[in-house]
Ligand binder design. Sequence first.
Ligand code: PLP
Length: 292
Amino acid sequence: LVIYLDGEFVPRSKAVVSVFDHGFLYGDGIFEGIRSYSGNVFRLKEHIKRLYESAKSILLEIPLTQQEMEDSVLEVLRRNQLPDAYIRLVVSRGAGDLGLDPRNCKKASVVIIAEQLKLYPQEFYDNGLALVTVPTRRNNPDALNPKIKSLNYLNNILVKLEAARAGVMEALMLNHEGYVCEGSGDNVFLVKDGKVITPPTYLGALEGITRNAIIDICQRLGIPCEEKPFTRHDVYVADEVFLTGTAAEVIPVVDVDSRIIGNGKPGQMTELLTREFRKITVVEGTKVPGLA
Ligand code: PLP
């Protein structure tokens, strides 16, 4: 496995960053998780755009143009001959001194790791997930704004641990007003009376690229789809619930806080959207040049 590190392609054992890197010292940086399907990188431009928007928001200068970043992602896949991969792009503030001030960090550090895709267990898709809602709240409109995919994921990590303590894999976060926001690393949708509904991101959610793809699919197929605030009650009485994310794609949810969703099985709309999503993943992507 070769890893892109600050303009060079290095073996895994040499892919190390400084302990003075502010990404390590302070969580000062941003990231993206991207996926390739049969040699096509799904919505690469959108992921790169979100990365640069996160960077802009935290005044982080990325030492590459968006085109150079795109080319570097493709080059990592080519060098590793990985047609189906999970790609992690990280930009940290870089090495500085122990003080907080990022102006002492000379140059942002860029890392691109591509690895063999680890698929979620098939039983998640066949049987659906159980979720809980947790005490950790999502929204914070300042630096921890959920729209910034920052290296500071403590909130989401606590949510993951809260889910584990409740004996489930994933959880839903609410905002301070009690509206449902998203999972620890996935967006949430519900289906009610034939309508597909997801929370507006201003409530406190990442503008997920899979989320946007699902909205696009609904529009194309003429399925009513709305961005609308909803509460836990709406989740409990939904016909279907599902999560979306780059790694997970579309995962059905069949139980939330011990309320059985619908008939307790993955719903028809979820299955339809999963099929449609999988169709576009192989046809829509940016082709990786030079794959065997
Ligand atoms: N919400 C959070 C907090 C995430 O970290 C992610 C993962 O990237 C998502 C949602 C899903 O976004 P996407 O579909 O772009 O992967």
